[in-house]
Write a protein that binds this ligand. Structure first.
Ligand code: BGC
Ligand code: CA
Length: 346
C-alpha cells in the first residue's frame, strides 16, 4: 500500500513538472529571442564547436544588451527524418528563427516549406542546400567558408613544406610526391572541391604528384584505421604525402602510423584546425592545416539569426552578405603561427 502511494506521488510530481515546463515554455516573455539550432551530427568534432560558440556569443550579448536570448541546440544524429521532426517542434514551440545544419543537404525542401508557412527565417550553415532550394524563399541564408579557398591553402602548405626540404619528403628521389587521399563524405560540397583544388594547386606550382590510392572515410577518424593500415601494408615507405579533406581523418592516419610504431611520418595535411590537430601541428606529426573558422561562422550565424528574430532585414545590416550567402575566410596553420591561431579561437 505504502509503495503504491509513493509511486503515485512520484507520478504526480512528474506530471506537475511536465505541465509547469509546458506552461513556462508557452508563456515565454515576449521580449525573449528564441533561436533553434539543429546539428547534423554532434559526434563530429568540427561541427560540435559551432553551437558552443553560438551559445557563448548569445550569453555575451545578453550581458551587454540586457536582452533575453534562448538558444536550444538539438542533435539530429545523422538522421534526416529526426531533423525534420526537430524543425516541426521548433516551429510548434514558436521559435523566432532556425539555424539548420542539414543531415542531407539535398533534402532542405521540406524544411524550407514548413518554415516558410510559419514565416520563420532559416540560417543554414556548413552543409549547403542546393541552389534551387535556396531560391524557394527570400528568408533563407547560408553561412560557410569557401571549399576552393581551403583547397588552395592546403595545397600551398604542401608546396611550401616541399620546397623547404625536398629531400626529406621525396624519399625515393624521383622528383614526384607519391600520395594517398582521404576524402570526406561523398556529396558534401567540401569533399570534391577540396580534393580537386588542393591537387591542382600543388601541380600548378610545378610539383608532380602520383596517386597511390584514395577513398572516403566520411570525415571520420575511426573510419580511417582499416583503410590506412591496408595502404601502409601495401605501399609502406612509398607513401610520401597524405592529403586529407579534413583534420579528423588526417588524425586517423597519424593514429595508424603511431600504432604501427613508425616515427618518421610522411607529410600529412588537413583542414579545420580542430584542437587535437593544433596539438599535432605543434608536435610535428601534422605538417599543416587550414583554419575552417568555426568561431567566425558562429558569429555570422548568430548575427543573422539575432537580426532576423527581430524582424530586421540582414541585407541592410551585413556588409559581408553576398546575395544571402556569407563566406568566412580561412587561414593557413603551420608550426609558425599555431599559437596565434589558438589565441584567435579563444
Ligand atoms: C569540415 C568537416 C566536417 C564537415 C561536416 C566540413 O566543412 O571540414 O570536418 O566533418 O564539414 O559537415
Ligand atoms: Ca617521390
Amino acid at each position: 500500500m505504502q509503495k503504491v502511494l509513493v509511486a503515485g506521488l512520484l507520478l504526480l510530481v512528474g506530471l506537475v513538472g511536465i505541465l509547469a515546463w509546458y506552461y513556462f515554455d508557452m508563456n515565454q516573455e515576449d521580449d525573449q529571442i528564441r533561436i533553434g539550432v539543429t546539428i547534423y551530427q554532434m559526434e563530429d568534432p568540427f561541427i560540435a564547436q559551432i553551437p558552443l560558440y553560438i551559445e557563448k556569443i548569445a550569453k555575451e550579448h545578453e550581458k551587454a544588451d540586457g536582452v533575453r536570448i534562448y538558444v536550444d541546440t538539438v542533435d539530429a544524429t545523422g538522421n534526416q527524418n529526426l531533423q525534420n521532426d526537430q524543425v516541426v517542434q521548433f516551429l510548434e514551440r514558436d521559435f523566432d528563427v532556425l539555424c539548420v545544419n542539414m543531415v542531407d543537404r539535398t533534402a532542405a525542401g521540406s524544411i524550407i516549406d514548413k518554415a516558410k508557412q510559419a514565416n520563420v527565417p532559416v540560417v543554414f550553415f556548413n552543409r549547403e542546400p542546393v541552389a534551387e532550394d535556396m531560391q524557394r524563399w527570400d528568408k533563407l541564408y547560408y553561412v560557410c567558408s569557401l571549399a576552393s579557398e581551403s583547397g588552395v591553402l592546403e595545397g600551398n602548405i604542401v608546396v611550401d613544406a616541399y620546397r623547404a626540404q625536398p629531400e626529406r619528403w621525396d624519399k625515393n628521389g624521383d622528383g614526384k610526391l607519391q600520395y594517398v587521399l582521404l576524402e570526406g563524405e561523398q556529396g558534401h560540397q567540401d569533399s570534391l572541391i577540396r580534393t580537386e583544388v588542393t591537387i591542382k594547386t600543388i601541380t600548378d606550382a610545378g610539383i608532380p604528384l602520383e596517386k597511390l590510392d584514395g577513398d572516403t572515410a566520411d570525415w571520420q577518424r575511426a573510419q580511417v584505421g582499416v583503410m590506412m593500415a591496408q595502404w601502409l601494408e601495401t605501399y609502406g615507405d612509398e607513401i610520401e604525402l597524405i592529403i586529407s579533406n579534413n583534420d579528423n581523418m588526417a588524425l586517423g592516419a597519424i593514429d595508424t602510423y603511431q600504432e604501427a610504431g613508425i616515427t618518421e611520418l610522411p607529410m600529412i595535411v588537413g583542414i579545420d584546425a580542430i584542437a587535437p590537430a593544433l596539438d599535432a601541428v605543434e608536435a610535428g606529426t601534422l605538417t599543416g592545416t587550414v583554419l575552417n573558422d568555426a568561431k567566425g561562422q558562429a558569429q555570422a550565424i548568430f548575427d543573422l539569426a539575432y537580426g532576423l528574430a527581430q524582424g530586421q532585414d540582414p541585407v541592410e545590416q551585413h556588409e559581408i552578405l553576398e546575395n544571402r550567402y556569407v563566406w568566412i575566410p580561412h587561414q593557413p596553420v603551420t608550426k609558425e603561427n599555431v599559437k596565434e591561431i589558438r589565441k584567435f579561437l579563444q
